[in-house]
Ligand binder design. Structure first.
Ligand SMILES: [Zn+2]
Length: 454
């Protein structure tokens, strides 16, 4: 080997070493770079924003599910998530990485969601929003429960208003109230005016008792009313009755009996005047048992609702005979009839040296006496020697006298028709036996009745 050859081979070795060194360094650098670029964690993003980095490989939907459960557990209701969640592999340093529990906690606070709340609508207007349907129903049940008492069955308690519970998405818990708040809100009263009509037997005190008010309340609502004043039947007064948003109607069953009117059958009698009426069969009222509800609104009596009626006793028909003949006018016809049936015992004119101003007709005590013509009774009572006397003015200058009566059926001022019974025969006054003393006078002068009687 020449020295030149030696030099050359030494150089070759040097070059080779350098080359290897370069390769090694390059490889080490390259490997190091590769390692620094390989993802070692997962970045969780809400939209564009990073929530945190964890090492566990998870699906976005599983994270959302977990966060949703935590939120729902806290709320006591259900939610719909509105945020979009993505999970990206990432290269991160140890100090950037957080525990999964911490990530869930952060998600819980940052995630946006709608709460599936329940709204109570009264007559279509939202009045309260509860976290879930159970709470909404609980509010309604608690309000009704206030009125459950003896005699009132739960199924007979209802709301006066149309009440609906509807699902409603809300953004914030601030819009949601508790069951107790709901009860308070829906039963809070504003005052409503009720017009009450005074009935027979009412007193201010009685009305105030009935409506759970004080007499002062009523007087305040009715400035015209005086505490000691007299209430008129039919008079209207204002009552300030509390009116909550939600009113509860209760129905309490009760029973009572009531008479059944007896039917009346009318039988016509064409031999009697239209003024004639005679009960030939009195009949009898029946009786029925009524089952009804006492209806109250918010505890205030509202009325009665009849459910059923049961006949306890059938009524008995009453029979009444009514006349159909047109009665004569209660004024003079211009002619006279015999005032009674009886035996003529004394005529008109001179008798035992005395003037007899009428005729005497004898019959048993109680024989009916009829008006000889229509007119107005101007005297009906005791008149000295006449005894009981009826005097009728016929309005045409004539007057008739009926004396010694046992009974008088008419009174002064009464108008009578020709032939109408006015008295009964007797023997009162200057009389020795039952008879009618009958006179006809024209302008005060006694006339012989036989000249006028027909
Ligand atoms: Zn006489």
């Amino acid at each position: 080997m020449s020295s030149l050859e030696k030099v050359q081979s030494i150089d070759m070795i040097k070059y080779f070493r350098l080359f290897v060194a370069i390769i090694v360094v390059t490889a080490v650098f390259y490997l190091g770079f590769e390692i620094s670029q390989t993802p070692n964690a997962y970045s969780v993003l809400l939209g564009e924003e990073q929530v945190g980095i964890i090492v566990e490989e998870v699906l976005a939907e599983d994270l959302l599910k977990e966060a949703k459960l935590c939120i729902e557990e806290d709320l006591g209701g259900t939610i719909d998530i509105c945020s979009e969640l993505t999970v990206e592999p990432i290269r991160a340093s140890q100090k950037e990485i957080i525990a999964k529990e911490e990530l869930i906690f952060k998600l819980k606070n940052q995630i946006s969601y709608d709460i599936n709340a329940y709204s109570i609508k009264v007559d279509g207007v939202e009045q309260a929003v509860l976290i879930n349907n159970n709470d909404a129903q609980a509010v309604l049940e608690k309000i009704k429960a206030k009125y459950i008492e003896e005699g009132i069955k739960a199924e007979l308690i209802s709301f006066v208003e149309d009440v609906k519970v509807e699902k409603k998405l809300v953004k914030s818990l601030d819009d949601i109230i508790s069951v107790d708040e709901g009860v308070t809100l829906l039963t809070k009263s504003s005052e409503a005016q009720k017009i009450y009509t005074i009935e027979e037997g009412d007193s201010l005190w009685g009305v105030s008792e009935r409506y759970n008010l004080t007499v002062e309340d009523i007087l305040k609502a009715n400035p015209d009313l005086e505490e000691e004043g007299i209430l008129q039947i039919g008079q209207e007064i204002s009552l300030n009755i509390p009116k909550p948003i939600l009113s509860v109607m209760t129905k309490e069953e009760f029973k009572y009996t009531e008479p059944i009117e007896k039917p009346v059958r009318y039988e016509k009698d064409d031999t009697q005047y239209k003024t004639y009426i005679k009960v030939v069969e009195p009949g009898e009222e029946g009786e029925k048992e009524i089952t009804a509800y006492k209806v109250r609104i918010n505890g205030y009596e509202e009325g009665t609702e009849i459910i059923s009626e049961k006949v306890l006793k059938e009524p008995k028909e009453s029979v009444v005979i009514v006349g159909t003949k047109t009665p004569p006018p209660k004024s003079a016809t211009g002619s006279f009839r015999m005032p009674t049936s009886g035996r003529l015992t004394s005529t008109f004119g001179q008798r035992w040296g005395r003037f007899h101003a009428g005729i005497d007709l004898a019959g048993p005590v109680g024989t009916p006496i009829y008006a000889a013509d229509g007119g107005t009774v101007v005297e009906a009572g005791w008149h000295g020697g006449y005894g009981y006397l009826v005097r009728i003015n016929h309005g045409n200058g004539f007057e008739t006298y009926y004396a010694h009566l046992s009974k008088v059926y008419v009174s002064v001022g009464q108008k009578v028709a020709k032939g109408e019974q006015i008295a009964a025969m007797g023997s009162t006054g200057n009389s020795t036996g039952s008879h009618l003393h009958f006179e006809i006078r024209l302008n005060g002068e006694a006339k012989n009745p036989y000249n006028y009687l027909k």
